[in-house]
Design a protein around this ligand. Sequence first.
Ligand code: 5GP
Length: 194
Amino acid sequence: MTEPTRSRLLVLAGPTAVGKGTVAARVRETHPDVWLSVSVTTRPPRHTEVDGDHYHFVSDAEFDQMIADGELLEWAVVHKTARYGTPRRPVEEALAAGKAAMLEIDLQGARQVRETMPEALFVFLKPPSWEELVRRLVGRGTESAEDRERRLETAREELAAESWFDVTVVNAEVNDAVAELVSLLGAATGAATP
Ligand code: 5GP
């Protein structure tokens, strides 16, 4: 691994079903000093999700308004179903307060953030192998065969984006991936501590 550029903002992206959500949730549990962005989304909450905690759940009209008011740092339609976006102000405030901050977003969003915040560190979360990614996707058991095919096709394209990123972290073991991310952020946290 090459020495990454130091930044207080880490953008985590990667293919569908690689486990980004799980990794981000584990960072949240184990490293409360890392500030994690809470996205807005137009998709309905799952029964385990709490508004304002996992996401801010908003209507289409509210999302439109946030775009119109320039409140989103980036936004995208994900899996052709719902819109997801990162509220700009909380990110700016966290960085201004010297915190180490992390966004867990999709590839389209990562590309947009690089336009406005090129100094961020872009991290690609990668499955240990293609077979493992297929296993994780199929293992969910929630998608139809057709939907699965579509997601695999997307995943194939997404995997090809790896070279665009500054750093790759392989998600073989969640705890190891978290340790790597925290160490990438550690430079920032250390630098920010008086
Ligand atoms: P889920 O609906 O399973 O929570 O998330 C679906 C996808 O949306 C994930 O790939 C996740 O990375 C992406 N996502 C979550 N929040 C954002 C966001 O604020 N912006 C973008 N561009 N993608 C997001």
